[in-house]
Design a protein around this ligand. Structure first.
Ligand code: NAD
Length: 344
């Protein structure tokens, strides 16, 4: 099996080479992102492997189909960058549903602690032998309320971490999970209650038409003054302009963003010598109470190894059996089982 691998980074190769060799899958690594200009690079391959900022729209899918390519192996969980409706019946879309919820949940807490205890500022100060503490007053997480939107794999691990800190958890999920609630410590509520009562709000739901800009001007208005917004899910969940205004108006106390709506052209690359054209992102980064990481929450040894192993297994399973347990159904985003009943 030969697979064209797009948007390659050195840390991808390390793990994909190991599992590729083990299972007889050969990867051709391209640094280019997959889009309508680069899709031609996949000619002659049995499948393509794509990541979060590759653009798999209708035209890319049509080109892949015309080249006889039947496998699109996403090496991530989210698939909002794929036109799933168009893909149906044309190309099998495989994904890695879980690789390390701990990686993302732990990074979310790292961002929260960094921001509220001003670690990012203290690091720079002490590097310059400035040992003053002015401006570094934080607050205890113990006893505070965290609002968690999306209680899937990552949201649940983040819930446990917050419980460990002695926080009260208010949660919202479109499909509440049985056994998730824990007396007064963890409760499902509606989103309005989350916005009204939370000191910290953390997003762990997928990006859909329903959740796009779930953090917007109106919802920020409902929040407590000083609320901390955490987004390690998908950039489109937050209206960045509204967030910036919330920060300027001192309504939002801090924001930690591992993802950004317009990240596709910037994140994962070095723009340190360039002039960044995105004024909203530049202004957000300039704020002392905003921390931006460039979609790195997943980046642990464990997650990279799991991603490579599952992606290679998905490709082998699909090519051998014509089906794969991690294939997506375009209607509900679930696995191939849906095609056997629930959705059709
Ligand atoms: P998951 O599928 O296990 O959980 C998502 C949860 O969101 C589910 O419980 C689902 O019921 C809920 N949900 C669906 N629609 C909703 C809605 N309209 N409102 C509220 N909740 C809704 O997914 P996961 O593995 O926990 O991942 C969560 C998100 O994290 C993914 O969608 C992905 O975008 C993001 N992610 C980010 C990184 C990173 O590196 N920053 C890495 C992995 C995943």
């Amino acid at each position: 099996m030969k697979i064209a691998f797009f948007d390659t980074k050195p840390y991808d190769k390390q793990f994909f080479d190991i599992y590729g060799e083990k299972h007889g899958v050969e990867f051709k690594y391209y640094e280019a992102k997959l889009n309508c200009d680069t899709v031609g690079l996949a000619k002659g391959y049995d499948g393509v492997c794509a990541f979060v900022n590759d653009t798999v729209d209708a035209s890319v899918i049509d080109s892949l189909e015309a080249m006889g390519i039947k496998i699109l192996a996403l090496r991530c969980a989210g698939y909002n960058n794929v036109d799933m409706k168009h893909a149906f019946g044309r190309i099998h879309v495989l994904r890695v549903p879980a690789y390390s919820p701990y990686a993302v949940a732990e990074h979310t807490m790292a961002l929260l602690l960094t921001s509220i205890r001003r670690i990012h500022k203290a690091y720079i100060r002490t590097k310059d032998f400035n040992f003053s503490l002015s401006g570094f007053t934080g607050f205890d997480l113990h006893g505070k309320t965290v609002g968690i939107i999306g209680t899937g794999k990552i949201g649940r691990v983040f819930t446990d971490i917050c419980k460990g800190f002695g926080m009260k958890v208010l949660a919202y999920d479109k499909y509440p999970a049985e056994g998730y609630e824990d007396g007064e410590k963890v409760k499902y509520v509606d989103t309005d209650t989350i916005f009204r009562e939370s000191d910290v709000i953390s997003l762990h739901c997928p990006l859909t038409e329903e959740t796009r800009h779930i953090i917007n001007k109106d919802t920020i208005e409902k929040c407590k003054k000083g609320v901390v917004i955490l987004n390690t899910s998908r950039g489109g969940l937050v209206d960045a302009e509204a967030l910036l205004n919330g920060i300027k108006e001192r309504k939002v106390g801090a924001a930690c963003l591992d993802v950004y709506e317009e990240e596709a052209d910037l994140f994962f690359e070095d723009y340190s010598g360039h002039i960044v054209e995105d004024d909203t992102l530049a202004r957000l980064i300039s704020m002392p109470n905003v921390i931006v990481t460039s979609h790195q929450a997943f980046l642990t040894q464990e997650a990279l190894s799991n991603i490579a192993e599952t992606t290679v297994r998905n490709i082998v399973e699909m090519s051998k059996n014509g089906m794969c347990q991690n294939e997506l159904c375009y209607r509900c985003g679930n696995t191939v089982d849906c095609k056997d009943g629930k959705c059709f």
